[in-house]
Write a protein that binds this ligand. Structure first.
Ligand SMILES: [Fe+2]
Length: 239
């Protein structure tokens, strides 16, 4: 099993995550200490403020700047994006460039407001009409803004879901995070780490909760899903 975190803002100076190389290295050392072996860099992409081409250029530049500072023992880095939903995505010919490198999986962030029909329909069109597979990030967080049924409308589409590790360690959010895993609306874990001050936790912190409440081997199952993700395979599970 390779411990994998699919959601992190560790690239320097590109979004509200690590502000410089020092902060990137602090995050990566924390990840290494936690045993994280693979890490997906997911800087924010805001369709109303940026073009895909400019975003990819800036992201790759940030990665090149960080590269010479990487040392053995740090997690292997993969390039991706956390793409805020916008109807603009539906007509963007470059959308596939936002996918996790080497795959057709695009990581989608929903707006922090009620998930109205307009959003659900939009995501449904992304799934049906664009050449990407959708993985919705930190799906439990939307419950702060929308109700369970709305979230179910979204997650019943042909999409995958990710939970933030912190949501399992907090009593307030654990119940729903576990329910989303149990009912297979979520298949992945991420830290969503922006810096070391925000209180984000590494994925291994979720292990004991999913093992105790869902079943022995469930953490391994989540990590195995990451193998399939990187291999661009479909992730089948009974829902
Ligand atoms: Fe994020």
């Amino acid at each position: 099993m390779q411990v994998t975190d699919i959601h992190c803002h560790c690239l320097p100076g590109i979004d509200d995550g690590a502000k410089d190389i020092d902060e990137s290295l602090q995050i990566l050392e924390t990840m290494a200490d936690a045993g994280v072996e693979r890490l997906v860099c997911t800087p924010h992409f805001y369709p109303h403020e940026n073009t895909v081409e400019r975003f990819v250029y800036n992201r790759n530049n940030a990665f090149e700047k960080l590269k010479p500072h990487l040392t053995n023992g740090m997690p292997k880095l993969y390039l991706g994006a956390e793409v805020l939903y916008s109807s603009k995505l539906l007509s963007d010919p470059d959308i596939h460039d936002l996918c996790l490198e080497g795959t057709d999986y695009m990581f989608l962030e929903m707006p922090y407001k009620k998930l109205s029909n307009r959003y659900i329909q939009g995501v449904s069109q992304l799934v049906d009409n664009m050449d990407v597979k959708i993985l919705v990030v930190h799906i439990e967080r939307y419950l702060n803004f929308t109700d369970w049924d709305d979230l179910m409308d979204l997650m019943s589409l042909d999409v995958l879901g990710q939970i933030n590790a912190k949501s399992l360690t907090s009593m307030r959010t654990r119940k729903y995070a576990l329910k989303l895993f149990k009912e297979n609306y979520a298949q992945f874990l991420g830290s969503d780490m922006h810096n070391l001050k925000r209180g984000d936790v590494t994925v291994n912190n979720a292990e004991k909760y999913v093992e105790k409440k869902i079943g022995d081997g469930f953490y391994k199952h989540i990590m195995h899903n990451c193998d399939k993700l990187f291999a661009n395979k479909d992730i089948y599970d009974i829902r």
